[in-house]
Write a protein that binds this ligand. Structure first.
Ligand code: B12
Length: 233
């Protein structure tokens, strides 16, 4: 009986609402997630806190149960769609800093890999920090990365991989850049749950970034170093 009662999201306090949003994300309830995001924003929550505490934390629970065989692809897809709907509301708010453009990034998920939530998040946060972001999507062969870097005259290349089977492809991209003599023209940042610092070093990336906030900070550091170097002639 009790669980058939409808929960009125707006009547929950912040803590209960966030927990309820974790459940709703788990259940792939897109409209409820959108409503929850709006309520938290109306209550004065910073968009970044809504993103990390309500959405990303909820997705972590989904990830654990997917790993343990409790959830399967269809359910995770629904959760991902709900997450994306929430992110869509936050995107303009995160990007709304009006900061002067500090640099340009091309970002994409590597060949064989269709995970894009983390990549999208990094793109959003980079835009919010004043970077121009060109998102080339998922399942990118090396040619796509090279073409986009040249076409966009980007400063930074960002590559994402969520599978242990697709992460080695990042090295293919970096090796191709080396062969073409263009590797040193770009700052290469890599990320995705199965990666780590050693892997980033081993494939010749400039940095591995654990999450979107680290990606922003790392990109800023590299860009300012690049400017200092140019200024020093
Ligand atoms: C959602 C999800 C899916 C969704 C993807 C929907 C979408 N549109 O993205 C669907 C259902 C489609 C899916 C499919 C599959 N998935 Co999946 N998926 C996940 C899950 C649960 C969450 C990923 C996610 O979105 N996390 C939330 C975001 C915010 O985190 P993130 O991606 O890590 O990103 C952050 C950082 O890593 C970093 N970052 C990410 N990218 C980048 C890039 C740059 C440049 C930088 C700087 C930083 C950075 O910043 C981000 C933000 O802070 C993970 C579990 C997990 N633990 O990761 C499994 C997981 C990645 N999937 C897994 C698997 C096995 C699969 C499938 C093979 C399942 C199957 N049998 O078909 C397929 C593969 C499809 C393919 N070819 O790609 C495994 C991978 C295991 C492995 N060792 O390789 C995982 C780990 C689950 C598990 N434990 O078994 N999946």
């Amino acid at each position: 009986m009790a669980d058939e009662e409808e929960i009125i999201l707006s009547e929950l306090d912040d803590e209960e609402l966030v927990l309820q949003m974790h459940d709703d994300l788990y259940d792939g309830l897109k409209e409820e997630i959108e409503e929850g995001v709006r309520i938290l924003l109306d209550r004065g929550w910073a968009p970044y806190d809504v993103l990390t505490k309500a959405l990303v934390a909820g997705m972590t629970i989904v990830g654990a149960d997917f790993r343990d065989g409790i959830l399967f692809v269809p359910e995770v897809l629904l959760a991902a769609n709900a997450m994306k709907a929430g992110m869509a509301i936050l995107k303009p708010l995160l990007a709304e800093t009006g900061a002067p453009k500090v640099g340009k990034m091309v970002i994409g998920t590597v060949k064989g890999d269709i995970h894009d939530i983390g990549k999208n998040l990094v793109g959003m946060m980079m835009e919010g920090a004043g970077f121009e972001v060109v998102d080339i999507g998922i399942n990118n062969p090396v040619e796509n990365y090279i073409a986009a870097l040249e076409r966009e005259e980007a400063d930074i290349l960002g590559m994402s991989a969520l599978l242990t089977t697709t992460m080695p492809y990042m090295k293919v991209v970096i090796d191709t850049m080396k062969e073409k003599g263009m590797r040193d023209d770009y700052i290469v940042l890599v990320g995705g749950a199965p990666l780590n610092e050693e892997f980033g070093k081993a494939i010749g990336a400039d940095a591995y970034c654990r999450d979107a906030a680290v990606a922003v900070q790392t990109a800023k550091d590299f860009i300012s170093r690049k400017h200092n170097k140019l200024a020093a002639g």
